[in-house]
Design a protein around this ligand. Sequence first.
Ligand SMILES: [Cu+2]
Length: 357
Amino acid sequence: MAATAAIVFFSAMALSVGASVVEHTFVVSQVNMTHLCKDTLVTVVNGQLPGPATEVTEGDSVTVHVVNKSPYNITIHWHGVKQWLNCWADGVPMVTQRPILPNHNFTYRFNVVGQEGTLWWHAHVPFLRATLHGALIIRPRHGAISYPFPKPDMEVPIIIGDWWQLDLPQVDQSMKNGSFDFFASGSTINGKLGDLFNCSGVPEGGYVLDFVPGKTYLLRVINAGLFSEFYLKIAGHNFTVVAADANYVSPYTTDVIAIAPGETVDALVVANATPGRYYIVALPNQAPGPDTQTPEFTTRGMVQYRVNHSSITNGAAALRSRRGVKQEENDIGPSGDVAHNFKKISQHLFFFTGNLV
Ligand SMILES: [Cu+2]
């Protein structure tokens, strides 16, 4: 009886007015990406790193067709989705399903009920999640007005990750055999390594986020790195943390977000600093050998204020992102306030890490 009642209850929730079906196709394949002067064969969804964001409204049904064109057995796990009555869509190989073999397809169908906030999806084949991942954003069914915090003007996914130049399934196998001496080659924000990484003196492009003065931004932060906790900071700005792992929390203000692998944190940032350019930095607490206590692999991008935002087109933003922060600095000239801000946050982050180890 109780089970029947539960089925009726959850079915009613899933089929309530306004619910719709969100349908995507994920084509898993290998592509060549070049960073740090090296071509690396990377397994990704739809040719993107990070993969496509899946955006739903609470109560929606999700259908994702996975087409596996990679040489690996794959499953996709919907990290944090409670999967009421949908356990066979949870994407755990040899538990809820057989892996999707190369050149085979599988369709995931599940309802997103009773949850809202930021989650993510990733491959549940160990270590391929480093490149097979993306955001899963669940918005309230009554719209942004029902957020238990001031309605943001803009929502921005911030996916922190690793850049690996090793064969990840091989690394996984080696670790199972007891060898742990493997390290990523860098860290990323939304797939960009940033200008602290360079190859033969040519800096990597960095993530660029435009701020309009006075506006409030909801950053949906995801740590998609394999092993390391990260510390995220924007020079000259504070975060108001409002949610973690798709649970609202009592809001608190901080100038640094600590986020563990697999975790998500939603935080509001108000563009209330003096208009200019400010570094956004993610520092992993696990450093590569031989000295694993010295923080390295910091990835940094740029928050830049746009006083006249209407003149900025998406095309210009994309071009700016591709060319990288460093190139733009070369175009515009050095920015004294940026250097000053970075000096400040370096000291703060290193101090914070030192207290943890
Ligand atoms: Cu997960």
